[in-house]
Design a protein around this ligand. Structure first.
Ligand SMILES: Cc1cc2nc3c(=O)[nH]c(=O)nc-3n(C[C@H](O)[C@H](O)[C@H](O)COP(=O)(O)O)c2cc1C
Length: 397
């Protein structure tokens, strides 16, 4: 996503500018070409030398440097994205009113490309009527905003907004700003992830070792592409994807209910969850002690969610299933694709090292209705998620 992208990172005069060093590093590591532009006040907080070393490029701080005439217009119109982090109250006021009295505000006035602002300031400065009016004005001018968040400020803890969003959060919002051409933009995407649990008694249960990683990566990547994403997940320790609405369920029956609620408005359903296929026929409401001897448990099949909810799908919705098998994955997946009326199915083999449950990588074969088959080589689940979304987008048209 970032390889070959040209990003301008604007830095203004706030304490949070030290965090912007991490953001620049993250963007450069991801393959972006980064030009850092600092206001004169910003250079009082972090020396330009730091950003020059991190970006590998000269830092722009003044309109009046020889050899850089019109560089502000070029950057505002030729970059793929402009991020300003932190954006001070003063800077927000200047650009909201079209001032262009330093290099960065001149870039913003000349800008024709997407821009993301990460405001950061004292909580009273943020709550001030003038700051709020400026932010509303900037949103109306097409700026994307991230934060500020509640939490500790330089002057101490606060439960009111003011603190700049973390570099990682800004990075995810920036990725979404780059998604302008995606056919997922504005679509409702529902992703299921993780295992389900079926209890034998209050403390014992049957489940599987699904970590949720694959579904969480798909949800995050779909949000980057501009979709509104609902992630319905069983128990998972993965951190919630940025920007995604997360609904937590425990049992297969709860997953079924959540999917039924979400389906009527879903343009895309990706069923990456690994629901328990069996549940005990009964459970007790007390922990059964070992002294009671042999425990006999009978299991019954749980509901087939994909088949059972088929009639609830929107007519043009894209439905994606997963088939985790232990051998014969492609044949079984192809049969499942047809049986359940899917558009795509993602087959992977639980026995292949580096693929399937728990690990951070996967090797999958995407099988499409109509017969196309794409072998996605072993890669991180984030990369595999992009490959799956590429196929979904191709079918959405
Ligand atoms: C120690 C210190 C910390 C500051 N932190 C912030 C801040 O976090 N947010 C903010 O809006 N202004 C902050 N200011 C005030 C700005 O630096 C000041 O308004 C300046 O004019 C901003 O210029 P710029 O927007 O061109 O970078 C701080 C000032 C000082 C002295």
């Amino acid at each position: 996503m970032w390889a070959g992208r040209h990003v301008v990172v604007g830095v203004t005069g706030g304490i949070a500018s030290y965090k912007t060093c991490h953001l620049v590093r993250r963007l450069v590591e991801a393959g972006a070409l980064v030009d850092v532009v600092m206001t004169p006040a910003a250079t009082e907080f972090v020396r330009p030398l730091v950003f020059e070393a991190l970006s590998g490029r000269p830092v722009l701080t003044s309109l009046w440097e020889p050899g850089r005439a019109l560089a502000h217009v070029r950057l505002g119109q030729q970059a793929d994205l402009i991020i300003v982090a932190p954006a001070t109250a003063d800077f927000l006021a200047r650009i909201a009113h079209g001032l262009a009295d330093d290099f960065l505000s001149a870039v913003m006035l000349a800008r024709t490309v997407p821009a993301l602002l990460a405001p950061a300031m004292n909580d009273d400065m943020f709550a001030a009527a003038s700051t709020q009016a400026n932010l509303a004005r900037l949103a109306g001018q097409g700026y994307a905003l991230v934060g500020p968040e509640r939490g500790s400020l330089a002057e101490g803890p606060s439960d009111r907004p003011g603190r700049m969003s973390e570099p990682e959060t800004i990075w995810h919002h920036a990725a979404r700003c780059l998604s302008r051409g995606s056919s997922l933009r504005g679509r409702q995407v529902v992703v299921t992830a993780g295992p389900t649990r079926e209890h034998l008694d209050p403390v014992r249960l049957i489940t599987n070792s699904s970590s949720g990683k694959m579904g969480f990566r798909i949800a995050q990547a779909a949000w980057h592409r501009g979709a509104d994403v609902l992630l319905i997940t069983g128990p998972s320790t993965e951190p919630p994807p940025i920007g995604v609405t997360v609904e937590r369920i425990v049992t297969t029956a709860e997953l079924d209910q959540a999917v039924r609620r979400a389906l009527p408005s879903a343009d895309v359903l990706v069923m990456a969850a690994a629901p328990a296929d069996y549940r005990p026929t009964g459970s007790t409401d007390r922990k059964r002690p070992r002294t009671e001897g042999t425990l006999m448990v009978a299991f019954e099949p749980t509901d087939d969610i994909l088949a059972g909810t088929r009639a609830l799908r929107k007519p043009a919705a894209i439905t994606v299933g997963f088939a985790l098998e232990t051998g014969g994955a492609v044949e079984r997946a192809t049969a499942k694709l047809e049986r359940k009326g899917l558009d795509l199915i993602v087959a992977n083999d639980a026995l292949e090292p580096g693929a399937g449950f728990e690990v951070d990588t996967n090797h999958v074969i995407i099988i499409e209705a109509g017969g196309a088959r794409i072998d996605v080589p072993m890669a991180s689940k984030a990369v595999v998620a992009e490959a799956i979304l590429d196929r979904i987008e191709a079918r959405l048209g």
